[in-house]
Design a protein. Structure first.
Length: 461
């Protein structure tokens, strides 16, 4: 849920970097008050201070091109509190990093220390927090210290119908929280758009053992002036009104030693298709500096033969909450398992190594749908920081179709967990509670080699 956080240009507000940055933040950032975050302490957003241009209307254009469906039926797949309090921190984008970092840290955000950057660091290199002006430039709404909730749908949304008013969010104390805004950003590419990002006051940083804890437990799709629609096979429109789903976790909970019980971001679905760049595009203000990021751009046509796209909930994946993933990071965080005809399980652990599945070759080339291809990757690498990451493979389709499981080992054997944008970064403030690491988990892979389950839909108003 977010855009281009790694290279934000401070001014003007409408610079692509800023927009991207704001976008990036949605899916994985989070902040809150320092030691004692309370919902009550947060300033309530208002529409009082619109400030300059916004791309919000562009985001409502009904353009889906090869957008992924993640199930055969339309439904809500999950509700998550991704992070808290770091959307709309005044002065978070101040060109003076001393001022910006003080503002971000005071609001419970993380500010990374940079030790290796080949490009000039920007605010986005240091933090996922965004200012109210940056937030306005994307959402068209003024808000301070907002939280991010992700509502995941199995089919992509019809963007013109997506508004905050479509959602009735119930918190754990029974109160109803009204979203300030809902948007497709940062999943702005035309082949994405099933990740619905809500901003508002949805939670705080207390663990579930504390009676003051607040987090969303239910979302219902309700009828507004433009009832929410999802787009299915051949452009079929279905109403989402009446759909609902529950949640019982907060990423700010106390984390046990068992990595299977961590409450950070997770993969909810993964799909293997033949490589295609269909829909690898998006509105101009957002795609600048981020696209192309598809497998062919990264690895070339010969190597980019298959695309395993994973979908994350609870935020975007980052190694620490701030820095971007790099194309070569497959081994640190992900593992595939192929199952041969006789049931033998073959783990695909390393990129650049050819494995044989029932005698047929398959090879992980690396990750894509991050940022643009570069000669080298460092702490200032700007990736799209949203909820989709591709594992690019080459080899035989007979081997590819046997790849059955995508795992996040999260710990041990050289594996590290992933964090959303509310994560601690590399320089956390003592006493501040940041969002949790990804748990150890795995998902079954949807075989989209014959039917890629993608939809194209365009309507001009
Ligand atoms: Ca609506
Ligand atoms: Ca892409
Ligand atoms: Ca993307
Ligand atoms: Ca991505």
């Amino acid at each position: 849920m977010t855009a281009t956080r790694r290279s934000l240009k401070i001014l003007p507000v409408l610079s692509a970097g800023a927009l991207a940055a704001s976008l990036l933040v949605w899916a994985g950032a989070g902040s809150g008050a320092n030691a004692a975050p309370t919902n009550d302490a947060l300033a309530m957003p208002s529409n009082a201070s619109p400030d300059g241009p916004t791309i919000a209307p562009i985001l409502k254009r009904d353009i889906l091109v090869g957008a992924d469906m993640w199930d055969t039926v339309p439904r809500l797949m999950s509700l998550t509190l991704n992070f808290e309090g770091i959307i709309g921190i005044p002065q978070a984008d101040d060109p003076d990093f001393d001022i910006a970092s003080a503002a971000v840290i005071a609001a419970g955000g993380a500010w990374n220390t940079l030790t290796e950057c080949s490009s000039t660091p920007t605010t986005i290199s240091h933090t996922t927090a965004v200012s109210p002006e940056q937030y306005y430039s994307v959402s068209g709404v003024y808000g301070e210290f907002l939280d991010v909730v992700q509502v995941q749908t199995s089919w992509p949304v019809r963007p013109s119908t997506l508004d905050g008013a479509d959602f009735r969010v119930t918190l754990n104390d029974g109160t109803i929280a009204e979203p300030v805004a809902a948007m497709i950003v940062p999943n702005f590419e035309y082949n994405e758009r099933s990740v619905l990002i809500l901003n508002g006051e949805f939670g705080n940083r207390f663990p579930k053992s504390d009676p003051r804890v607040r987090y969303p437990v239910k979302v219902e799709i309700v009828k507004d002036a433009t009832p929410l629609q999802l787009v299915g096979p051949k452009g079929t429109l279905v109403s989402a009104v009446g759909m609902s789903i529950t949640n019982d976790k907060t990423p700010y909970d106390d984390q046990p030693a068992d990595p299977r019980k961590w409450t950070g971001p997770k993969i909810i679905a993964a799909k293997l298709t033949r490589m295609s760049t269909l829909g690898e595009n998006g509105p101009a203000p957002l795609k600048k500096n981020l696209l192309p990021n598809d497998g062919i751009s990264m690895y070339g046509e010969d190597k980019a033969q298959f695309r395993l796209r994973m979908l994350t909930v609870g935020g975007a994946f980052s190694p620490d909450g701030i820095f971007g993933l790099h194309p070569g990071d497959f081994r640190k965080h992900f593992r595939l398992v192929a199952i041969e005809k006789d049931g033998t399980r073959v783990p695909l652990t390393d990129a650049g190594k050819t494995y044989r599945i029932d005698g047929h070759p398959i090879r992980v080339e690396g990750l894509a749908d991050l940022g643009v291809k570069q000669d080298t990757y460092d702490q200032c690498y700007q990736e799209d920081s949203e909820n989709q990451i591709d594992v690019i493979l080459s080899g035989s389709a007979k081997a590819a179709k046997r790849i059955a499981i995508l795992q996040i080992p999260a710990q041990g054997n050289g594996y590290s967990p992933l964090y959303n944008d509310g994560g601690p970064g590399n320089n956390p403030t003592p006493g501040v509670r940041y969002t949790a690491p990804s748990p150890r988990h795995s998902v079954s892979i949807i075989n989209g080699l014959k039917d890629p389950m993608r939809v194209t839909f365009r309507r001009t108003p």
